[in-house]
Design a protein around this ligand. Sequence first.
Ligand code: GDP
Length: 203
Amino acid sequence: MKIKAAEFIMSNSNVTKAPKDRLPEYAFIGRSNVGKSSLINMLMERKDLAKISGKPGKTQLINHFKINNEWFLVDLPGYGYAQISKKKRTIFQYFIENYFKEREQLVCTFVLIDSRHDPQKIDLEFMQFLGENQIPFCIVFTKADKLGSSKLNKQITSYKKKLLNTWETLPMTFLTSSSTGLGRKEFLDFIDGVNKDVAKDFK
Ligand code: GDP
């Protein structure tokens, strides 16, 4: 897929206010600092695209981008901010939860995981939530360039093995690096394929 247009549409905290265009939608989420903005910029070949949603006040919102006039890329708030008070955290989870439960055109969620880390409770709980709500997701391992290839392979294999303790089958996974561009083609080909598969439902 060639990225011909990547346009910021809106930010909001209420799924009912999200864009009405009937286009397939892909959400990006992960712990803060996982490399989400870098990945979005790398995929879109835009230096500053995800900066729009990274501006003060917007990191806690649902940010919609329209890509090639064909699909939406949704940049969701990073979870696991230690500094968010309990009260704020509840509100945060509530509107994100609503987004996932109510956004009908959401076709796939990309859960970003830092390649260097072992499974963390917050990520596993989030995947559990997606599973329980039958929301399709893929795992995207980020920052692959930070480990040597044998350590990287070992780490990914071990991560998947641990997931199989609770999951019967593994979701699709991608290995990416925003520094080297690793995984870009595979990732965009996947979205292209899904867009084609779901086209008839979006007529
Ligand atoms: P976000 O908070 O999830 O949006 O994370 P950012 O994209 O802002 O990245 C957090 C930090 O990790 C920044 O210092 C990035 O430069 C760095 N980073 C992100 N992706 C990569 C990557 O693929 N490789 C390397 N080496 N560093 C990365």
